[in-house]
Design a protein. Structure first.
Length: 375
């Protein structure tokens, strides 16, 4: 029975990956280009040796498919309206990623209002677009269910581009409003363990933290070295909230060439009850026109201030490698392998059972195979 089930899983996986070789779709433009329809999606199979790790499950997990559809209408030369819906049946269901109106005064100043993308780091606005990165998974330490980056900003934003000359280009984003973060409540879980209030069958909950009246910004400097840019992102709360002032700040470096690409990001988070450090470095190289390999190192650590406690649930260290075949810039098949130390993102679903039994293992090995596309 086990062999038969495994064969069915492998067969299903191969059929999906083979289907990825179909010709990619192009963006749909209507009304002479005034209305654009774009989308992206992904599906993957992930397996681990023990703990569940994001889309990879112990014994295998096929339920990681998602799809998003975006509409952009150019109402005039200066006015733009845009919205995107994202469907992730196994996690958030159907959700609104962003919906905003934009008025362009000039290249130096654009104003947006509504539900906005979060201009943060390298991937803040394109977290779920897998064709813009070498790995199937986004770096979880920065863009996952942590206290670092938000799903979007409800409010107002200003952006623009400056050309100082000599090959330099500066772009900026300034925003204010309400920022929502989806955060796994690891500190609460460890405090429950210390207080002896864990329950058999209990899981790690994901809470929605809303930071109101946030102010933030990002500066991007494109250098004379083609493909190399430097970014600085930061946001915080100018007024005191329930958890005290929140501050997140960090630099990003990115180089994208025809064959080689590399990224490095570090962020520091601090509020009254905790602080966290998150960082990753990755590089990828096209061995041929279609075949790409890549590697990533990633770390995350949070320190709570409520009590002098430590736990593997506060830590994440990871080394990963990926092997990709690009049928087209908008269609790619990826196979990645991950070695993980720590339980910040890798843990059994009935987490309380492992904590009560003292059987939580901090080392996890995972493999993920999938297809990602965009148009």
């Amino acid at each position: 029975m086990r062999t038969s089930a495994a064969m069915r899983r492998v067969t299903a996986l191969l059929l999906v990956l083979m289907a990825a070789s179909a010709p990619p779709a192009a963006a749909v433009e209507l009304q002479d280009g005034k209305l654009s329809i774009n989308g992206y999606g992904s599906w993957g199979y992930g397996a681990t040796n023990l703990n569940d790790y994001l889309v990879a499950g112990h014994g295998g997990d096929f339920d990681s498919g998602d799809f998003a559809l975006a509409l952009t209408s150019r109402l005039s030369d200066r006015a733009v309206a845009a919205a995107q819906l994202h469907f992730f049946p196994e996690r958030t269901g159907l959700s609104l990623d962003w919906a905003f109106g934009e008025w362009r005064f000039s290249d130096l100043l654009r104003v947006r209002a509504g539900v906005l993308k979060h201009p943060f780091g390298i991937f803040g606005e394109v977290i779920n677009v897998g064709t813009l990165r070498p790995f199937f998974l986004i770096p979880s330490s920065v863009y996952g269910a942590t206290e670092i980056s938000g799903s979007g900003v409800n409010g107002l934003a200003f952006s623009g581009v400056i050309h100082p000359g000599k090959g330099w280009e500066l772009s900026y984003d300034l925003y204010g409003g309400s920022l929502k973060l989806h955060v796994e409540e690891v500190i609460s879980k460890v405090l429950q363990q210390v207080q002896g209030t864990l329950q058999p069958g209990g899981t790690l909950e994901i809470g929605v933290e809303e930071t109101k009246y946030v102010l933030g910004g990002r500066l991007i400097a494109s250098t004379p070295l083609e493909g190399f840019e430097v970014r600085l992102s930061a946001y915080g709360t100018p007024i005191r909230e329930e958890n005290g002032p929140r501050v997140v700040v960090g630099p990003s470096l990115q180089y994208t060439g025809e064959a080689f690409s590399a990224r490095l990001e570090y962020f520091f988070f601090h509020e009254t009850y905790q602080r966290a450090h998150a960082a990753y470095a990755e590089a990828a190289y096209f061995l041929t026109e279609k075949f790409q390999v890549g590697a990533r190192a990633e770390i995350y650590h949070t320190t709570p201030f409520q009590a002098p406690i430590d736990s593997s649930l506060f830590e994440h260290r990871e080394l990963a490698a990926t092997f990709n075949y690009w049928f087209d810039p908008g269609l790619v098949v990826k196979l990645s392998f991950h070695a993980i130390d720590g339980n910040r993102f890798a843990f059994p679903v009935p987490l309380d059972d492992a904590l009560l039994a003292g059987s939580l293992k901090r080392t996890t090995f995972a493999s993920i195979a999938g297809v990602q596309f965009s148009f």
